[in-house]
Design a protein around this ligand. Structure first.
Ligand code: 9D3
Length: 238
């Protein structure tokens, strides 16, 4: 997969390319990532990428011309626009984007993009949550991380990407590692038993309990099998 970022802060992407899942994908030859400095596509000698809003008001607006020129230079890709007005990013969207050969991420700054950028490019507009950050760079990196790790081979243990189909859409069960006892706190006995069927059921029940307690909204859309529905009924009766 190829991923292109368009930004006025290319240096923000250095850590992304140096370490973590994206760096790993690049080293393996599974990801081709490029960062484009929008200033290089500015149309004036000041290398401007923003200007005052027509109609007045506070804040600056991203100029359309540099963005359109840069996108033309890149020459392809499914165009994503990071913006507070976008559809909310989810794992389903990450999966959908992972099936694309080439993504182009436009990182917004200032108050937003000149509307004609949307008109000209018809981008897939995405927000990463209902909170305010200062620009599209961190959201774009977050999207790339979530998408990149779904590419076959990028994450080492391929089982951990899609997981046991049962646990999809639920919160995690608790995890433990050495030592068996830590400051008086013991690892649940069942995990030390070697009884695989009991462990499987315990984890499933723990995942259901955690989800019911912390994110009951997730249970609406989670696909539960008969065993899980029975467990949930028992838990709710407690
Ligand atoms: C008062 C109007 N604000 C819009 C909600 C102004 C504004 C805030 C933050 C305009 C741009 C930004 C910069 N944020 C992003 O570009 C952004 C973002 C975000 O702030 N939250 C969640 N996802 C995203 S994706 C891009």
């Amino acid at each position: 997969m190829r991923i292109d970022f368009v930004t006025i802060f290319p240096k923000m992407f250095e850590p992304l390319l140096a370490e973590g899942v994206i760096a790993r994908g690049i080293k393996q030859g599974l990801l081709d990532v490029r960062v484009w400095d929008l200033r290089d596509y500015a149309a004036d000698r000041h290398r401007s990428t923003d200007d005052e809003a027509y109609g007045g008001g506070p804040g600056m607006v991203m100029l359309a011309e540099p963005v359109l020129r840069c996108v033309e230079a890149i020459g392809g890709g499914h165009i994503l626009m990071t913006s507070p007005q976008g559809r909310l990013f989810t794992q389903d969207i990450a999966r959908e984007l992972a099936s694309r050969e080439w993504l182009l991420l436009l990182c917004g700054r200032y108050e937003g993009f000149d509307e004609r950028i949307r008109e000209a490019l018809q981008p897939d507009e995405i927000s990463v949550g209902d909170f305010v950050v200062s620009g599209g760079e961190l959201p774009a990196m977050l999207i790339a991380d979530a998408v990149g790790r779904m590419i076959e081979g990028v994450v080492g243990n391929s089982g951990s990407v899609e997981e046991d189909s049962f646990f999809r859409g639920l919160l995690d069960y608790p995890h433990y590692t050495r030592p068996e006892e830590l400051r008086g706190m013991r690892v649940p006995e069942v995990l030390m038993s070697g009884h695989h069927e009991k462990i499987r059921k315990w984890r499933k029940e723990q995942a259901l309990r955690a989800t019911l307690q912390k994110r009951p909204d997730l249970l609406e859309s989670a696909k539960l099998d008969d065993e899980a529905r029975a467990m949930l009924r028992r838990i709710r009766e407690e």
